[in-house]
Design a protein around this ligand. Structure first.
Ligand code: ZN
Length: 414
């Protein structure tokens, strides 16, 4: 439809929007609308783009010539999509709830309702969309200022501040630098709580029990939600262990990233959530976290797999990790006891790498390395694959050294 003025736009409309600081236009959906004085600002989600690019735009960046509206579905069904900040529940052994879960798909509603006091143009859809709009402007964590990507349920009064100040060791959040200063004068932590189970050079891993260090782990979940999409946080963290990776310098052990893992997993999941904080991304730390998760599985004498769904960045890291770990075995197999080339059946690869056989098969297929030859499936390496692998491995400077792990697996079922 043709739309003359932005005043008639509502949440759910789709239209072309100019991507910030560019001349590129992209189809986008209006997720939220805010009234500021007599102007309106529109929070938009660009189609086929990750939600981390969602942003507030002004009217000038909207193409009003072709606006598509939602078909009017007047539903008042309760949305299942909610982010709860509750006290952790005691969980039965077999009935774990992921501490961070995928959001349920919500139905679309369009009934309008005005809320002039708030200066907001709301309808029920917009209310539901609250958790889709980034609510934290900026965080300060140690020496980094980081712009969040997604919504996280920090207290509302903190979200109105220009910046939330975090203690980089206990992850407590403060509303001002002054408050943080007061906290730091009392906070004695210089590393995450829990046990340091790995140290090599400046890299350490701390194992934290969600049942024991509840406050820390809840603060960690709040922080990580800022960078993990489509997650439902219910803060039932008891059934999880958290492995926080740090980098050491004279001031302490600084958090780089973490992964969580269920204490007991019926499906052999060895990782629930994984995150490398933005200042440390694209430096190989994501792969190091993944490599560590498989090192723990190897210690347990198990193979493991990450819980699905993975985030887009998580999936990229995993694909690349699996490819490298599997090719490493295929290209440089450890010789057998008589110096002969050992067989490399799927199960052998799986056992050596601790990567679940399903993920091994998925990776070999996606690399197009499985061929059917004389009635058998065989793995066929070509020159290009080997060369690509060698140059990729040269870039992988930091690796997990299994001799630096001080850890005995615990049987949580007991
Ligand atoms: Zn602190």
């Amino acid at each position: 439809m043709n739309c003359e003025s932005a005043a008639s736009l509502t949440v759910g409309c789709r239209l072309q929007v100019r991507i910030r600081q560019s001349n590129d236009w992209q189809m986008a959906e209006i997720v939220s609308i805010r009234k500021m004085g007599d102007k309106r600002k529109f929070y938009v989600h660009y189609e086929d783009c990750n939600k981390r690019l969602d942003e507030w735009v002004t009217e000038e960046n909207l193409n009003l010539r072709d606006v598509q509206r939602l078909p009017c579905v007047d539903q008042t069904s309760e949305s299942q999509e909610k982010i709860m900040l509750t006290t952790p529940k005691k969980c039965g052994r077999r009935k774990h709830r992921k501490h961070v879960k995928k959001e349920e798909n919500s139905s679309k509603t369009t009934s309008n309702e005005c809320d002039p006091q708030e200066g907001m143009i709301t309808n029920s859809r917009q209310k539901k969309n609250e958790t889709l709009v980034k609510n934290v402007e900026m965080i300060e964590l140690g020496r980094y200022r980081i712009k969040p990507w997604y919504f996280s349920p920090y207290p509302k009064e903190l979200c109105q501040m220009d910046c939330i100040y975090l203690c980089e060791f206990c992850l407590k959040y403060c509303k001002s630098r002054f408050c943080l200063g007061r906290h730091l004068s009392k906070c004695t932590l210089k590393h995450p709580p829990g046990n340091e189970i790995y140290r090599k050079d400046t890299i350490s891993f701390f194992e934290i029990d969600g049942r024991k260090d509840k406050v820390y782990v809840q603060n960690l979940c709040l922080l990580s939600k800022l960078f993990l999409d489509h997650k439902l946080i219910d803060f039932a963290v008891d059934p999880f262990l958290f492995y926080v990776m740090t980098e050491f310098d004279s001031r302490g052990f600084h958090i780089v990233g973490y992964f969580s893992k269920e204490k007991i997993s019926d499906q052999d999941y060895n990782l629930a959530c994984v995150l490398t904080l933005p200042p440390y991304q694209r430096k190989g730390y994501g792969k190091l976290l993944i490599e560590f998760s498989y090192e723990l599985s190897r210690c347990e004498g198990k193979t493991g797999s990450p819980e699905k769904p993975l985030s887009d960045l998580g999936l990229l890291s995993y694909r690349s990790y699996w490819t490298q770990a599997i090719l490493e075995i295929l290209i440089n197999p450890n010789p057998g006891p008589n110096g002969d080339r050992p067989s490399t059946a799927i199960n052998d690869i799986s056992e050596i790498t601790a990567i679940h056989s399903g993920d091994v098969i998925y990776t070999l297929k996606s690399l197009n390395l499985v061929k059917y030859f004389k009635g058998k499936h065989i793995i066929c390496l070509n020159h290009d694959t080997i060369e690509q692998h060698r140059s990729a491995m040269k870039k992988r400077k930091i690796r997990i050294d299994s001799s630096c792990l001080r850890w005995t697996p615990k049987d949580w079922a007991k």
